[in-house]
Ligand binder design. Structure first.
Ligand SMILES: Cc1cc2nc3c(=O)[nH]c(=O)nc-3n(C[C@H](O)[C@H](O)[C@H](O)COP(=O)(O)OP(=O)(O)OC[C@H]3O[C@@H](n4cnc5c(N)ncnc54)[C@H](O)[C@@H]3O)c2cc1C
Length: 431
């Protein structure tokens, strides 16, 4: 791990000057793969690629630690795959990733719990939405079952589900920080390099489609590519500062989360630039010990909501949190929990609909995370085969840019899917 700019520069220099690849066909680049972004997804990709014989991967992360952006601002739920529709990457990768995540967490002793979740309905419309989720789950062979009123009352007496309740037994929770530490340790033990405190500011694709990629990184405090900017490159080679480091790699994987659009826009031509959209979700804490359900509780999905409703999740320490809600924001750094009283009142109303005994005085805004969205508003819904979001994950090799794998819109269930995404990127590059 290399925290200071000088140390980062040293590792890059060392690689540049002394390394040769054991089994790579081209031996000019400093690294076989450069993964931009050390969140859960970038870590899982870097770990998988470093397992390839002869690979030498560098993971480039702008902060001094890995996993400090969206990957540490989520619900830590291991999703079952109930909401993302037929023939989507989200459904496929979520289901594969869930299996891989449980196996990995067992093997690497990452705290996790297969606690299950309930989706609850209070009205006939909501029950209709639950039926769609149920039918979709059956279709894709994900475990699901109805819970009758007697069983519901006996198991969770504090939870209201007037019109019905579904149980998803394969849903769980994970300690996302320990999970990311485990991925990072695997990566480094396999010989991968991490360049922390290194902001990617410019990327040059190989001349005429073949050769190596050139990647400029600058020390902390420098401006990374801003997705909103029409020309996100901030450093021309001639103006690069003393502290900047340039490395080469045979491939580049854009896994920069909320800032991945800026990386996209610095590589692809203007007609393929993307405008990012951001949906903030604020969480609410609840320190009281009652009521405290033993399972996760989700309201019925609402078509076009952009999230899964203000649900109740538990963390591995047994703490309750509510959220996240959905608030469309303009900037990826707008991370303060929402202070909007109307929004807070709406969240409390949502929560009381399924947990009427809650002490509303004890609920308080806690933290927020931002979902990177590919579209400003979403259509489709539970009525159409359990699908509540219209945008799928965007994971592609970009035409005309060999060696570039682009990951955009990596919102939920990205944490659950991360190991399967690592596998998918490996297959894209090696098969
Ligand atoms: C509110 C919310 C709740 C969620 N709940 C769940 C859930 O319960 N279950 C689930 O499966 N998923 C959930 N998700 C989704 C999940 O959190 C994300 O899909 C996942 O964390 C994304 O990981 P990532 O590695 O793509 O992005 P990030 O974690 O954002 O990592 C990207 C990294 O790139 C770095 N970076 C950016 N620009 C540069 C640059 N120029 N140079 C170098 N480094 C750079 C950043 O510093 C960051 O560390 C939720 C998301 C949100 C917002």
């Amino acid at each position: 791990m290399f925290a200071s700019p000088r140390a980062v520069k040293a590792v890059f220099r060392h690689r540049t000057q002394s390394r040769t690849f054991a089994s790579s066909t081209r031996r000019n680049a400093d690294f076989t793969h450069a993964v931009v972004g050390g969140g859960a997804i970038g870590l899982a990709i870097a770990r998988r690629l470093q397992q390839v014989e002869g690979a030498q991967v560098v993971l480039i992360e702008k902060h001094g630690i890995v996993g400090s952006e969206t990957s540490s601002r989520n619900s830590e739920v291991i999703h079952a795959g109930l909401y993302y529709g037929h023939d989507t990457l989200k459904t496929k990768l979520c289901i594969e990733g869930r299996h891989m995540m449980y196996e990995y967490c067992d093997r690497r002793v990452v705290p996790h719990m297969n606690c299950g979740k309930w989706i609850v309905a209070q009205t006939d419309d909501q029950l209709h939405a639950l039926k769609s989720v149920h039918d979709f789950a059956k279709d894709i062979d994900v475990p699901i079952r109805w819970i009758g009123p007697k069983e519901a009352h006996a198991r969770e007496p504090d939870v209201r589900c007037q019109a019905g309740a579904l149980e998803s037994p394969s849903t769980g929770i994970v300690d996302s920080h320990t999970y990311m530490q485990a991925l990072h340790a695997d990566f480094e033990e396999a010989g991968g390099d991490t360049a922390l405190a290194s902001t990617v500011t410019r990327i040059e694709s190989p001349p005429s489609g073949s050769g190596d990629w050139k990647i400029w990184t600058a020390p902390p405090g420098s401006t990374g590519p801003q997705p909103e900017s029409p020309s996100p490159q901030t450093h021309e080679p001639s103006t690069a500062s003393e502290e900047d480091v340039v490395v080469t790699a045979e491939t580049v994987i854009n896994s920069a989360g909320l800032y991945a659009y800026g990386i996209n826009n610095m590589i692809l031509p203007p007609e393929r630039h993307r405008t990012p959209y951001y949906a903030k979700g604020t969480y609410y804490s609840y320190p009281k010990s009652r009521p405290k359900p033993n399972t996760l509780i989700y309201p019925a999905p609402v078509p076009g909501h952009g999230g899964l409703g203000t649900h109740l999740t538990l963390d591995m320490a047994g703490r309750i949190r509510f959220g996240p809600d959905v608030e469309w924001v303009s900037h990826p750094h707008d991370l303060a929990p929402s202070g909007d009283s109307a929004r807070f009142a709406a969240a409390l109303e949502d929560i009381q609909s399924y947990l009427p005994g809650i002490d509303v005085e004890a609920v308080a805004p806690d933290y927020a995370g931002i979902r990177p969205k590919l579209a400003p508003k979403e259509s489709g819904g539970a009525a159409s085969g359990g699908k509540v979001t219209s945008s799928d994950f965007y994971i592609r090799r970009e035409e005309g840019f060999p060696g570039f794998v682009n990951l955009l819109g990596m919102e939920s269930p990205g944490l659950t899917s991360s190991l399967a995404i690592g596998e998918m990127v490996y297959r894209m590059l090696y098969r």
